[in-house]
Design a protein around this ligand. Sequence first.
Ligand code: UTP
Length: 269
Amino acid sequence: MAVRTAVIPAAGMGTRFLPATRATPKELLPIYDTPALQFVIDEAAQAGCTRVVIVTSRAKPSIENYASAASTDKVTVSVVYQDSPLGLGHAVSCARQAVGDEPFVVMLPDEIMGDASLTKQLVGLYEQSGKSSIGLKRVPTAEVSNYGNVKVASGASTKESSVAILQVVEKPKQADAVSDIVIIGRYVLSPKIFEKLEQIKPSANGELQLTDALAMLASENALVGVVSDITRYDTGTPMGLLRAVIEIALERKDIGPQLNSWLKEKFNK
Ligand code: UTP
C-alpha cells in the first residue's frame, strides 16, 4: 500500500531550550528564516506524502496557527492533540484516527536532514517489503546511549543497504550497547504499530517509548532499517540548532557568500 501520510510529533515540552520555549515552541525555532517544522513538512512532500498530521499540544497554539497556513497544492497539513506529553510512543498513538489503517511516516522535527533521500528510501523499502522500515546511523560508541540502539542481522555492513533488525534497546548504558548502530528520526511504520503501542508500559522516566513498540516488531521479524550516512542536523539542543543554522545558511545561495566572508573576517582578526 502506498505511503501518503506523514506524522510529525511536536507536542513535547522543549525543556532543553528554556527559556526560549516559554515564548516559541522548539519546532518553530528558525533555521535562519524558516521554522524547523517547515523543513520537515517540505521533506514529507518531497518524499511523496500528500497529508501531514502534526501532533501538538493545546499549550502550543502557535503550532496550530502555523499549520493552518501550511497546506500547499502538494500537501494538506492538519493537527491532532496530545493532551499531556506522555512520550513519543504516546504522541504517535494520538495520530491513529487521523492516519487510519494504512502505513505512515513518522518524522521528528528536531532532526533536519540534508534532503528527502532517506525518507524516500524508507518508503520504497516499506512498499517492497511490507515491513516497518526505520532510519539508522553508525555513531561512535560513546554516543550510543543517547539513542535507540539496534542489533542488526549480519551482512549489514554495506552503506545505505537495508538490514533486518533483531533487537531494539532504548538509550542503553555504553556497556550494554548491542552495536554502534542507532535509530534516527525517520520511520515508515505499518499500522500494526498502533496495536503494539497499546501494549507497551511506561519506561523508567514515565514515558511511553516508540522504541518499545519497535522492539516488539523486531521480535516478530517485522522491522527493517537503512544504515544511512545522510547529512543530519540534531536540532534538539541549542548547540545543535546553532550548528544547523550556520551550516544550512552557508549552503544557501542568497546569504551563504555573505556569511562566509563575515566568518572569515571574524576569525582572521
Ligand atoms: P524530544 O524528547 O526530543 O522533545 O522528542 P522534548 O520532550 O520536547 O524535548 P526536551 O527533552 O524537553 O528538551 C522528540 C520529538 O517528539 C515530540 C517532541 O515535540 C519532539 O518533536 N514529542 C515528545 C511529543 O510530541 N510528545 C511527547 O510526549 C514527547
